[in-house]
Design a protein around this ligand. Structure first.
Ligand code: PCA
Length: 200
């Protein structure tokens, strides 16, 4: 069997839950040809990637997918590109607020994911959930992980990518603009991720 390493993040930005990790926990341990290894990573610049790498060295996955929360998005959004930039609007979970800084000094400006994001998007839509391919993972910790993964595994057989997921309904309760903010049921997020993994 092949191996998939899939990660979710811990809560950040004042939230008490991060739907990415909650949903990753719910997906089956075997999907298609893949044995699924799950782990939670911290919402901390560079450290998230380091923790992920320790696990990756141990299990030697064929595919790595990192999943993160993108509050305000309506659908599940596979990311197409990671950019060489850290530019945060809030501090990470260790208080770092990094702005206008390269992730890798003199590194490539950007890398495209090595996952077939359109196929993944179609698979998610196929089960009746909103999905679209995103052209920006932002410039916070999610993009940081994506860029570092794509740099690490460039010119190798290991495929890597990122999927952003919406808020879940319970996260909207205390928000000012809750009437207009979109969300998705946790179980649907998990099903969407599973559908995307089925077409790896
Ligand atoms: N989302 C953040 C970091 C952790 C998470 O779940 C982001 O989009 O960068």
């Amino acid at each position: 069997m092949k191996k998939l390493l899939i990660t979710g993040f811990d809560p950040f930005g004042g939230e008490s839950i991060n739907p990415s990790w909650e949903a990753v926990k719910l997906i089956p341990d075997i999907i298609g040809d893949y044995e699924v290894h799950k782990m939670e990573i911290p919402t901390v610049f560079n450290k998230a990637f380091e923790v992920l790498m320790e696990k990756a060295e141990e299990i030697k996955p064929d595919v790595i997918i990192s999943v993160g929360q993108a509050g305000g998005r309506r659908g599940i959004t596979p990311e197409r590109v990671g950019i060489n930039l850290m530019d945060a609007s809030i501090p990470d979970n260790e208080g770092n607020k990094i702005n206008d800084k390269a992730i890798i000094e003199n590194g490539e400006n950007a890398y495209f994911t090595t996952l077939n994001v359109k196929k993944m998007m179609e698979a998610i839509k196929e089960i009746g959930l909103p999905a679209s391919v995103s052209l920006s993972a932002g410039a916070f910790v999610c993009n940081n992980v994506l860029y570092l993964l794509l740099d690490k595994y460039k010119n190798t057989e290991v495929k890597a990518g990122f999927i952003h997921v919406p808020f879940i309904p319970s996260q909207l309760e205390n928000k000012k603009n809750k009437e207009i903010l979109p969300s998705m049921e946790l179980m649907d997020i998990a099903k969407g991720l599973e559908a995307a993994i089925e077409v790896l």
